[in-house]
Write a protein that binds this ligand. Structure first.
Ligand SMILES: NC(=O)c1ccc[n+]([C@@H]2O[C@H](COP(=O)([O-])OP(=O)(O)OC[C@H]3O[C@@H](n4cnc5c(N)ncnc54)[C@H](OP(=O)(O)O)[C@@H]3O)[C@@H](O)[C@H]2O)c1
Length: 253
């Protein structure tokens, strides 16, 4: 049983924890002693990650939830509070990446992307902040994208708009929640090669994308995990309203 580590005693909720970056973040916190709540819509996926964490000696609970539904998010946070009595860190990682040029985009494509990638961050942050504020301590970390600052690539206007919206939301949350000892920051990955979403982007963009990365290679899930663990730690206690770019420098391209 892991009781030691930077996050021993902390309760961490990770949305979209069933695969990709969210799975890596959940495992990273569990390795550092946190009790991790895994949220996602597909029960089998979050159960699998919970089993991996338990097998490695960590603590995890899988709670199926849809971040775009206020009632589902309320149930998620109620479950956390009943089980642990506190909620310390929220990582808003869940996201979708639909592809459609603006002239072909349906209203449903737009609405679904905004509902999950932007409204979901609002709903989860609101529900978590209501618990964190009386504790006078909390960390909210929003996984955005390089699209937060560069706009979505062609076919991803909705995604870019949602991620830029999360960047703005992060700043207001940081201002409102700072007095309660809660920091709110973004981690903005570039293309992360060892994820399905990253592989889709790579296929769509081709090798030309590599030329836009000063470091010259694609990021990996562990690069994002390290940034999230840092922002959640006491080492980052005086950082709020900030965006940490994890993209090999390509946000400058
Ligand atoms: N991979 C990249 O290259 C890259 C680059 C920049 C930014 N990002 C961002 O990083 C985050 C994670 O990306 P990823 O590559 O790991 O994506 P991924 O492999 O597609 O995983 C996304 C996760 O989000 C969950 N999810 C989707 N909609 C949800 C909802 N409504 N409620 C709860 N969970 C939901 C999915 O599970 P269910 O479908 O089972 O719900 C899945 O576990 C996203 O916010 C993405 O925009 C990724």
């Amino acid at each position: 049983m892991r009781g030691m580590g930077d996050f021993a005693g902390k309760v961490v909720v990770v949305t979209g924890a069933g695969k990709g970056i969210g799975r890596g973040i959940a495992r990273g916190f569990a390795d550092q002693g946190a009790a991790v709540i895994l949220c996602g819509r597909t029960r089998s996926a979050i159960d699998q990650v919970a089993a991996e964490i338990a097998e490695a000696g960590g603590q995890a609970l899988a709670v199926p939830a849809d971040v775009s539904s206020a009632s589902s998010v309320t149930t998620l946070v109620d479950t956390v509070m009943k089980r642990h009595g506190h909620l310390d860190v929220l990582v808003n990682n869940a996201g979708i990446y639909l592809t459609a040029p603006v002239v072909e985009m349906t209203e449903a494509d737009w609405d679904l992307t905004i509902a999950i990638d932007l409204k979901g961050v609002f709903l989860c942050s609101q529900a978590a902040a209501r618990q964190m504020a009386p504790q006078r301590w909390g960390r909210i970390i929003n996984i955005t994208s390089i699209a937060q600052v560069r706009g979505g690539t062609p076919g991803h206007a909705h995604y870019g708009a949602a991620k830029a919206g999360v960047g703005a939301l992060t700043k207001t949350l940081a201002k409102e929640l700072g007095p309660f000892g809660i920091t709110v920051n973004c981690v903005a990955p570039g293309l992360i090669g060892d994820t399905e979403m990253g592989q889709d982007s790579r296929t769509q963009m081709g090798d030309a994308y590599l030329a836009t990365i000063p470091l010259g290679y694609l990021g990996a899930v562990r690069d994002v995990v390290e940034a999230v663990l840092f922002l959640a730690s006491e080492r980052a206690r005086y950082i709020t309203g900030e965006t940490l770019h994890v993209n090999g420098g390509s946000h400058m391209a």
